[in-house]
Ligand binder design. Structure first.
Ligand SMILES: [Zn+2]
Length: 414
């Protein structure tokens, strides 16, 4: 059951691409010093944020407590509020309580310099209470959506990177070429309200924002079938960011997959920044089998993977902070042979895996096979046109739609 569903769900997010790790350090990258990312601290952060007391970080008291926890960790890391602010809390509206609260702090760069944002959302779905009334008795049940992967994992990474780079900044405050702003967004799960608020009322001018990085789900893998896999999306809109990613190598013991953001129907906090044409990177290990379910709990996080990905995200961030030139936005996505080769390799992997899945509708196997053959044809001449890329994209989104329908059918039949 699991593999039948999972194979489909992971269709687009499994491209097997590996890249040799670069032995060289990033420009300005110090050797791992006193404060390196620690697995035990990641476990503690995820454990706290996804604990039953946090009730899934959906309602205000629990979101308020989470924001306070994050602000305290930022302060302990040596981060400070942005210029002109005496607090790390960036609130919006509300009567008795703010409608939303982003937590924002930074490690300043030289006077008047550009800055880079590293971010993760801290809210999740909260609880769902149902009451069944049967005559005189009523039964109340509540389900908690702990959101350990989505996105306590990303917040844990954010806090550990803050601690590590905070120590580096303290040791050499003038060594940062750009400022580094850390943002824990509120209300991503409610139409991206937190990140939309940031872009609508930027606390630092967006003209000086050189790049935006967000981490959303870093602790498991797509349908739990691709352990070690980290997806990097968005670099198709910035040659400089693509180059930084290429230079960063791969997370220890893992792999990277760079696919255009338009090949997948999901979304995250990068959207308002992308719409403002800020060069961005979206890091995710993909939707696990318990995505937006009650099974997304801390004990199911692969902490060794989270550790490797957090270190990699830190190194990538420092490459961007220290990069010589500012990344520029590219409107036209250049069709890339590499992207479609990865996609084809993914399709072949899935085709192979499907052979071992009992009870899979023959239609499903045929659709995937046809798509693989289509990619063969596109790649036969060793080049990809814009039209071919677009057709590949539409085909991929169509496969996604079929996979979701099939998953819903199979879930309904359980
Ligand atoms: Zn999320």
């Amino acid at each position: 059951m699991r593999s039948a569903l999972a194979l489909f769900v992971c269709l687009l997010l499994l491209a097997p691409m590996t890249r040799p790790a670069s032995a060289e350090d990033a420009p300005g990258e110090a050797k791992p010093a006193a404060a390196d990312i620690e697995q035990a601290r990641l476990e503690a952060h995820v454990g706290w944020l996804a604990a039953p007391e946090r009730k899934g970080r959906g309602c205000w008291p629990e979101r308020e407590a989470s924001a306070a926890y994050i602000a305290q960790a930022f302060a302990e890391a040596g981060l400070v509020p942005l210029p002109g602010r005496d607090s790390m809390f960036h609130d919006q509206g509300g009567v008795k309580a703010p409608a939303l609260r982003n937590v924002v702090a930074w490690l300043p760069g030289p006077e008047g310099s550009e800055h880079v944002i590293l971010s993760a959302h801290y809210d999740h779905l909260g609880e769902k209470v149902t009451e069944i009334v049967d005559g005189e008795t009523s039964i109340r049940t509540s389900m908690t959506f702990a959101g350990a992967d989505d996105n306590a994992s990303g917040v844990g990474a954010l806090l550990e990177i803050a601690r590590c780079l905070g120590a580096r900044h303290k040791a050499a405050p003038t060594s940062f070429r750009r400022g580094l702003v850390f943002v824990a967004f509120d209300l991503e799960e409610q139409q991206l309200l937190g990140s939309k608020h940031y872009v609508a009322e930027p606390p630092l001018p967006l003209e000086r924002l050189a790049a935006f990085v967000t981490m959303d789900m870093l602790g498991r893998s797509v349908a739990d079938l691709a352990p070690g896999h980290l997806f990097v999306m968005g670099t198709e809109s910035s040659a400089a960011l693509a180059a930084h990613v290429a230079a960063a190598g791969v997370p220890e013991g893992g792999r990277l997959s760079r696919i255009g953001i338009d090949f997948q129907p999901g979304y995250s906090d990068y959207e308002p920044f992308r719409d403002a044409q800020i060069p961005y990177v979206f890091l995710t290990s993909g939707a696990c089998e318990d995505y937006h379910q009650t099974g997304d709990v801390a004990p199911r996080i692969q902490f060794d993977q989270l550790l490797a990905r957090t270190r990699w995200a830190r190194d990538l961030t420092m490459r961007i902070v220290q990069g010589e030139t500012r990344p520029t936005w590219r409107d036209e996505v250049a069709p890339s042979v590499e992207e479609l080769e990865d996609l084809r390799a993914l399709i072949r992997t899935i085709e192979k895996g499907m052979a071992d899945v009992p009870g899979l509708p023959p239609m499903a196997v045929m659709v995937v096979g046809n798509y693989g053959a289509f990619l063969d044809k596109v790649l036969a001449d060793g080049a990809v046109t814009a039209e071919e890329r677009n057709n590949a994209r539409l085909g991929a989104l169509n496969l996604f739609r079929i996979a979701q329908q099939l998953a819903a059918q199979m879930a309904g039949g359980r």
